[in-house]
Write a protein of this length. Structure first.
Length: 139
């Protein structure tokens, strides 16, 4: 699987529901709404920054793949980028660093919930306590 396959898989998941989907949260709370767009996915649970470009999903996938399939999610609520709770090699930290240009020591906007839930819903990975685990499949 490569970055093209990740985007294709996400687009297929949304196309199956007319371009919009209710995505379940990991903890089973009320789902959030997500809508496919040309450059990524809009979500209704990120306040005034609702857009997630394709790059966030591709970077999450590439990081999981490069780390043997299991990667820490990261905690942007209580930690700054580059600290033990939010290392740059966590999904949240890696995306902040590579996609949004944040640097070590910066506080970052928390995006892991919709990113993780969308990747899980599309069957690309699954959740384990504090980590996402890449699934093995042929697209």
């Amino acid at each position: 699987m490569n970055e093209h396959d990740v985007i294709t898989r996400l687009k297929e998941r949304f196309a199956a529901e007319g371009g919009r989907a209710f995505i379940p949260l990991i903890r089973g709370d009320k789902p959030f709404r997500a809508e496919l767009s040309e450059g990524g996915i809009y979500v209704d649970n990120l306040g005034n920054q609702p857009f997630l470009p394709w790059a966030v999903f591709v970077e999450a996938f590439e990081l999981m793949k490069g780390m043997g399939g299991r990667t820490m999610k990261g905690n942007a609520m209580q930690h700054r980028l580059g600290t033990q709770g939010l290392p740059i090699d966590s999904i949240e930290g890696h995306i902040a660093y590579t996609v949004y240009g944040k640097q070590a020591g910066d506080s970052i906007f928390r995006r892991i919930t919709p990113i993780a839930c969308i990747l899980i819903c599309a069957g690309i990975c699954y959740n384990e306590n504090g980590c996402l685990v890449l699934r093995s499949f042929t697209p």
